[in-house]
Design a protein around this ligand. Structure first.
Ligand code: AMP
Length: 217
């Protein structure tokens, strides 16, 4: 069973790896960032609440985020594994996830952490383009789509995320080091932690991740 957390700072390549993992292992992709962006696009009460926080690079409250994930993980398609991307991002979220694992019978059994130095994160995020429809990520020089401005996966027009600007990124990185990086110790303590160097390139990184996932299956 693959009940996976994929973690790492913004720009580490989580989204790109997540898409490849779910295609290869046929498990649902649970991206809290994508769920929030969808809520914003639809103008739901959750979206209205989260919009300003997300655009400025802040973190949505633990209570709201945990509620969203609990409901999603309880759905039938998560019974045979799942990939959490962008959650948990704080110790209270990790504690809540641990508490809900046995409750819904789906405890996390693998944590994959991708690390990349800050200068490279800034370079990647400033050139990032994303698909608003399927969430796929591209880069203006490193990972171009086959047709400029168009998503290879679903054909939608690519955009730049509102929080992919220098100021929001600074806040996101600060939040990452203050609130999310402590999860490394947390999951090392749980014996679930696997580290990956995100500088090896997305193809080599995927090969290494696949080897770890196959060994765990
Ligand atoms: P991401 O797509 O993972 O980079 O997430 C985009 C934004 O959504 C983050 O910068 C936060 O504002 C918000 N967000 C996503 N996941 C979480 C989370 N687990 N806890 C709090 N805020 C989150």
């Amino acid at each position: 069973m693959l009940n996976i957390i994929l973690m790492g700072p913004p720009g580490a390549g989580k989204g790109t790896q997540a898409k490849k993992i779910i295609d290869a292992f046929h498990i649902p992709h649970i991206s809290t960032g994508d769920m929030f962006r969808e809520a914003i696009a639809k103008g739901t009460p959750l979206g209205l609440q989260a919009k300003a926080i997300i655009e400025s690079g802040g973190l949505v409250s633990d209570e709201i985020t945990v509620g969203l994930v609990r409901e999603r993980l309880s759905q039938p398609d998560c019974a045979n594994g799942y990939l959490l991307d962008g959650f948990p991002r704080t110790i209270p979220q990790a504690e809540a996830l641990k508490a809900m694992g046995p409750e819904i019978g789906r405890p996390v059994n693998l944590v994959l952490d991708v690390s990349v130095p800050d200068e490279e994160l800034v370079r990647r995020i400033s050139g990032r383009r994303v698909c608003p429809k399927c969430g796929a990520s591209y880069h203006i020089t490193d990972m171009k789509p086959a047709k400029e401005g168009t998503c290879d996966r679903c054909g939608a027009e690519l955009i730049q995320r509102k929080d992919d600007n220098a100021e929001s990124l600074k806040t996101r990185l600060e939040n990452y080091y203050a609130s999310t990086a402590p999860l490394i110790d947390f999951y090392q303590g749980e014996g679930l932690y696997h580290h990956f160097d995100g500088m090896v390139g997305h193809v080599a990184l995927f090969d290494q991740i696949v080897a770890t996932l196959k060994a765990a299956q």
